[in-house]
Design a protein around this ligand. Structure first.
Ligand code: CP3
Length: 360
């Protein structure tokens, strides 16, 4: 392509992306129909992903930009989604801090040297994302090149400081998060030091992803609902806010997501974000009333609804959309990540249905 044509095509594509349904919804601008993407949309429910996983571990995929970019595109090629999310995980940033991360088959993530004391926290490295997470930044550049030609936006993401602390301290998943909460309650000084280190990393990592080309950023506070509102306000909110404030320097929309957040929705909003992500434990209308007009909202279909026969799935998706009632600034999503056993056919029909049902 001659240089001029190439430059023109580039401008054209970036205009397409800037005017995409997803980015317009993030900015609460009018659109032709409700945008939809699904948390964890690349993953084991897709045969293309399972095939690749026969040859590579999840960490190998994440750390090989070509593979991460390929997996990012798998759901985009299969469904009419309105945004891609870079294939990565919330846990690799902990590796850069000196924690030994492993994904154990059937058991989920494990940290072999969890953080348990003030001395452990002092030892955590403060590295730059360019140094310790270069592979995701490279993957973003590669995925962008593919997505630009289709006018589709790319979402970058990070775990929120509390959810990262939960893995760093517990050493893996947890039912009641007693170990991490005990640290917070028994040694506040150590806790604040840990959260300071994590929030700087999260903020810098998000900022670096936007600079690498991500059009929007999502912060996952998946386990924040384990906290009382007052503990959230005191021990977590300032750090989430700090991370979001750093990331805001990039000037791209920020989605702030948590689960089980009914006791603290207003606080989540106060911590920041242009879009608040909610799970299915609250009606979307009620969540939006509580959050007010100044934010967009993302959610909130129960991921298990995708196991229902089409009629049951459609009814539940329609309920979510009726709750949003065509208000500008709704991004349809699940209330949490898609489950590995999800039937692919239902994903396809769901995405089509959201577009058809909301078309103006
Ligand atoms: O959305 C996407 O398509 C991007 C991919 C993505 C992954 N993890 C890939 C992944 C995203 C956005 C995440 C975020 C993530 N990781 C969160 C926040 C979102 C949430 O669901 O709350 C959390 C808590 C994690 C930590 C994590 N990673 C767990 C608990 C597990 C194991 C759970 C399981 O389903 O086995 C992972 C592994 C993981 N991350 C998988 C994928 C596709 C499955 C692992 C595999 O391929 O074997």
């Amino acid at each position: 392509m001659p240089v001029n044509d190439k430059a023109e095509a580039l401008t054209h594509n970036s205009l397409l992306v800037e005017n995409s349904r997803f980015l317009r919804a993030c900015r609460r601008q009018a659109i032709d129909c409700t945008p939809v993407w699904l948390m964890r949309q690349a993953g084991r429910y897709m045969k293309e992903y399972r095939q690749l996983r026969e040859c590579y571990t999840i960490l190998e995929i994440i750390k090989t930009p070509e593979l991460a970019s390929e997996v990012t595109m798998q759901p985009i090629n299969a469904f009419d989604l309105d945004a891609a999310i870079i294939f990565a995980d919330i846990l690799p940033p902990l590796e850069g801090m000196g924690l030994e991360l492993d994904f154990v088959k059937g058991e989920g993530p494990a940290i072999h040297n969890p953080v348990r004391s003030a001395a452990d926290i002092e030892r955590l490295h403060e590295t730059s994302p360019e140094e310790s997470l270069w592979f995701t930044l490279e993957a973003i550049k590669l995925a962008r090149a593919e997505l630009d030609t289709r006018g589709l936006p790319l979402i970058g993401f990070s775990g929120a400081p509390f959810t990262l602390a939960a893995y760093a301290v517990e050493g893996g998943g947890s039912r009641n998060h007693a170990v991490v909460k005990s640290l917070m309650m028994t040694d506040p000084a150590a806790w604040h030091r840990l959260m300071e280190k994590l929030s700087n990393l999260v903020g810098q990592y998000l900022l670096a992803q936007a600079k690498a080309g991500a059009h929007a950023l999502q912060i996952f506070d998946s386990w924040v609902g384990q906290l009382s509102p007052d503990d959230y306000r005191q021990f977590v909110m300032p750090y989430t806010r700090h991370a979001i404030d750093i990331a805001r320097g990039a000037g791209v929309p920020i989605i702030h997501f948590g689960t089980d957040t009914n006791g603290m929705l207003e606080l989540l909003r106060e911590a920041g974000g242009d879009v608040i992500g909610v799970d299915w434990r609250i009606d979307l209308r009620e969540a939006w009333t509580r959050l007010g007009d100044g934010v967009a909202i993302q959610g909130n279909l129960d991921p298990v609804a995708l196991f229902a026969p089409w009629d049951g799935l459609r009814t539940r998706a329609q309920y979510v959309l009726d709750q949003a009632d065509g208000r500008v600034g709704h991004i349809f999503n699940l209330g949490h990540g898609i489950l590995p056993e999800t039937p692919v056919e239902n994903v396809k029909r769901l995405v089509e249905f959201v577009h058809e049902y909301t078309a103006v």
